[in-house]
Write a protein that binds this ligand. Structure first.
Ligand SMILES: Cc1cc2nc3c(=O)[nH]c(=O)nc-3n(C[C@H](O)[C@H](O)[C@H](O)COP(=O)(O)OP(=O)(O)OC[C@H]3O[C@@H](n4cnc5c(N)ncnc54)[C@H](O)[C@@H]3O)c2cc1C
Length: 384
């Protein structure tokens, strides 16, 4: 098999791989470098709605599809909590717009090659990186890898799945004001685990509803559909609707410690540990990792940064939450209700963004039942 040599290999052109290369090229960081982007998928489908809260500008603000200034929460018995998000607003990007924006921009550069191939392995023998594909062998100085494989779990690792089915539907009349997002709507049965709807009005007559579960096993496809249909009819009182788009996803929620660096291979995205274990949110963590990579490359000439955006403290708290959910000593819907009833959302968002101080951490802990958390915290601590 032929071997082609590059300066940089981008392994996987999903959210992390494309964000990195797009932002590096926008920053004129890799001018003239020989770069290859490898993926077996041409990224021409709208396969996910990427949502996030933010209080500052991002590199992708110009492709935001929908934004919400008001964020609400519903408890399982139906109490509505209007969240005080402070400076944070909530936003969604359609993945097709993201892929299109990145690929259109990157394809202008003669020093970037796109290779459609199945990646079989990536490795590093120290200074050199090696990628084996079904078509060709590639080597490079640096390799950024975002190919997710389920990790080999250690004793004490929790591995929850956040699995969800989302529908974009057309409705006759507005149901929720277009500036209001339901971040978590627990008005659904909790029989399969921590279960909520995530409901976003996209326009006066368009709604995105996602049935989401935190549990260890998936449901049968028809079960997601049945629950969505019940929610639309019985909770939102929508009698007639037309399905415009569908999405299904599974995001790992784990306290497994992912490896960032292996020789000159740098793992980014979910395989780099950038998915927040307590929520599944990834997009903004990926952007923070890229901030670090670009800063380090600019100042030191290599991408290997020291400070992880999701630090030891955050990992410990996330691990504690997963252990609490696993122990079933505190029902997930009750835990999140207590959290959002007892703490302003702006503090929760700061905490989830790893921008929390001791006072903020204390506010959050005070809103939750102590005993299940204490036990789970000690379990998480013992595992480290
Ligand atoms: C449906 C869905 C909705 C989500 N919504 C949100 C959200 O709202 N907010 C949020 O923060 N996070 C969200 N996430 C979580 C996270 O942001 C995404 O999973 C994100 O895509 C992770 O980025 P990544 O680059 O790690 O992986 P990906 O974007 O999946 O990129 C990996 C790439 O590798 C390619 N690939 C994989 N295996 C091979 C192989 N063997 N050979 C060649 N190519 C390969 C894939 O085709 C893909 O393009 C969502 C996830 C899903 C699945």
């Amino acid at each position: 098999m032929a071997t082609n040599t590059y300066d940089i290999i981008i392994s996987g052109s999903g959210i992390a791989g494309l964000s990195l290369l797009y932002r590096a090229m926008k920053a004129d960081l890799w001018v003239g470098k020989r770069i290859v982007v490898v993926d077996n998928n041409l990224k021409q489908q709208n396969d996910k709605t990427i949502s996030f809260w933010k209080k500052k500008a991002t590199a992708f603000d110009h492709i935001i599809h929908s934004s919400w200034t008001d964020i609400s929460f519903y408890s399982n018995p139906g109490e509505k909590i209007k969240l005080d998000a402070g400076p944070y607003t909530y936003h969604s990007i359609r993945s097709i717009d993201f892929y299109h924006e990145c690929l259109t921009y990157l394809k202008q550069f003669p020093n970037i090659t796109f290779l459609q191939a199945v990646i079989r392995s990536v490795s590093s023998d120290g200074a050199q990186c090696i990628m084996e594909t079904d078509k060709v062998r590639l080597t490079s100085r640096y390799l950024f890898n975002s190919i997710y494989t389920t990790p080999e779990l250690r004793a004490g690792d929790q591995y929850f799945l956040q699995h969800f089915k989302g529908l974009k539907i057309k409705i006759d009349k507005p149901i929720i004001p277009v500036n209001e997002a339901y971040l978590m709507d627990y008005r659904t049965s909790q029989e399969h685990g921590t279960t909520f709807f995530y409901t976003l009005p996209l326009a006066e007559n368009e709604l995105f509803v996602e049935y989401t579960i935190f549990s260890k096993t998936l449901l049968q496809p028809h079960q997601y559909d049945e629950k969505i249909s019940r929610y639309l009819h019985e909770v939102l009182n929508i009698d007639a609707y037309e399905i415009l788009e569908e999405e299904f996803g599974v995001i790992p929620m784990t306290n497994h410690q992912f490896v960032r660096k292996n020789g000159n291979v740098m793992n980014i995205g979910s395989i780099g540990g950038d998915t927040r274990a307590s929520t599944g949110y990834t997009f903004m963590n990926v952007q923070k990792v890229i901030d670090q990579i670009l800063r380090t490359y600019k100042t030191k000439g290599h991408p290997f940064f020291a400070d992880e955006p999701i630090g030891i403290k955050e990992s410990l708290y996330d691990s504690t939450l997963l252990n609490v959910l696993d122990s079933k000593s505190y029902e997930g819907h009750q835990l999140f209700t207590d959290l959002f009833q007892g703490t302003k959302a702006k503090y929760v968002f700061a905490f989830l963004d790893a921008e929390s101080n001791i006072l903020n951490d204390f506010r959050i802990m005070k809103s939750l039942r102590t005993f299940p958390f204490l036990k789970a915290f000690l379990k998480s601590l013992a595992r480290r």
